[in-house]
Design a protein around this ligand. Structure first.
Ligand code: GLA
Length: 396
């Protein structure tokens, strides 16, 4: 059995030619940005919601800030027809998926969809097992630009070969489609996701709209995570990310109501320093100004989207007080002073923590206050509120 799987893997690996891999690298040169229905709406998806969300993405300034993909998660699909073709819910998507994709494209945005490796999705809808090429052809005919491919009901399937199979099917469809591997980090997709054509891969189980706390799913299968649990799970994975292939700590919860705005700013800042995909998960049609201002902070987004594609890392930890740093293409550093404690604290960073000599003078700019803080030598300190960040660039 094991040797059959190895042979299959070798065959799949050989057929992922350098040209295909090169094409995949151009699909997501910087971390994908967009919106996905799941975190806020779960199974309550419809063509009206998707159209209105696409409109809101443009009107709110999110499109101008770089958001691009509008992705329908689980529950758009209800059955297969007699020929095995996947069928969209006719009540919720009466105009059909192609018309919806056309609408999203007409706004200058891109369109994404969801399926699953197994026979059923996590919500019990038809999955793609045994229909991989047929589904990929259908997505291409619908002009889909992005596929999120989940891991529920995968039973005894092998993770790398299951994802490689769908990547091959997408490539065979002839349409460039961003491939989002949603395998929750169970089989270390950072080790094989790039080789098998993934553009992003989940590194952890699902995020939920809370600051902290891992909670077991009712089925007993581990776990949903708060923001800081996910952040801790990213430590050590930095070297696996780069242009075309990103670690994905899951979609954003900013604006969904379970955290304070300070916590949402920290969530967004940390995702940016991690070079994470920025996939909003709130109701874009009805955003408080504070939420919109977090999601559209162009200087923080520029950290996420820096073309070098280097993932930031934790460079200092003193109990609940942390410093995170990301190398930028121009040689500067983006830096987060992160206070996980329940009271306010001063946090300092020495240039040596950032890979600079301490005698260097550098310009410091605060990305949330949008203010230059002057030129300093060797060290920067700030008081950081509980659960908050101070996010700066340090430019010698
Ligand atoms: C899994 C995924 C989520 C979402 C749901 C849909 O839990 O990790 O992101 O796609 O399935 O059922």
């Amino acid at each position: 059995m094991k040797s059959r799987i190895l042979v299959l893997l070798a065959v799949i690996a050989l057929s992922l030619t350098p040209a295909v891999l090169a094409q995949n690298a151009t699909l997501a040169p910087t971390p994908p940005m967009g919106w996905n229905s799941w975190n806020k709406f779960g199974c309550n998806v419809s063509e009206d919601l998707i159209r209105q969300t696409a409109d809101a993405m443009v009107k709110s300034g999110m499109k101008d800030a770089g958001y691009q993909y509008v992705v329908i998660d689980d529950c758009w699909q209800v059955a297969r027809d007699k020929d095995g073709n996947i069928v969209a819910d006719p009540q919720r998507f009466p105009s059909g998926i192609k018309a919806l994709a056309d609408y999203v494209h007409s706004l200058g945005l891109k369109f994404g969809i969801y399926s699953d490796v197994g026979s059923k999705t996590c919500a019990g809808r038809p999955g793609s097992l045994g229909h991989e090429y047929q589904d990929a052809r259908q997505y291409a005919a619908w002009t889909v630009d992005y596929l999120k491919y989940d891991w529920c009901n995968s039973t005894t399937q092998d993770a790398p070969s299951s994802y490689a199979l769908m990547r091959q099917a997408l490539d065979a469809s002839g349409r460039p489609i961003v491939f989002s591997i949603c395998e929750w980090g169970r089989h270390k997709p950072w080790l094989w996701g790039k080789e098998f054509g993934g553009n992003l891969w989940r590194t952890a189980d699902d995020i939920q709209d809370r600051w902290q706390g891992r909670v077991k799913w009712p089925a007993g299968d581990c776990c949903s995570n708060g923001v800081v649990d996910i952040v801790d799970l990213q430590v050590g994975l930095e070297s696996y990310a780069g242009p075309g292939h990103w670690n994905d700590p899951d979609m954003l919860e900013v604006g969904n109501g379970g955290m304070t705005d300070t916590e949402y700013r920290s969530h967004f800042s940390l995702w940016a320093i991690l070079a994470a995909p920025l996939i909003a998960g709130n109701d874009l049609r009805d955003m408080r100004l504070e939420v919109r201002d977090i999601l559209t902070n162009k200087e923080v987004i520029a950290v996420d989207q820096d073309p070098l594609g280097s993932e930031g890392k934790r460079v200092k930890k003193n109990g609940d007080l942390e410093v995170w740093s990301k190398q930028m293409k121009d040689g500067s550093r983006a830096v987060i002073l992160f206070n996980r404690a329940s009271g306010d604290h001063e946090i300092s960073v020495n240039w040596e923590d950032l890979g600079y000599p301490n005698h260097l003078e550098a310009a410091v700019r605060d990305l949330w206050q949008k203010k230059d803080l002057g030129r300093v030598t060797g060290k920067f300190s700030a008081t950081v509120v509980s659960h908050g960040v101070v996010m700066v660039t340090v430019r010698p």
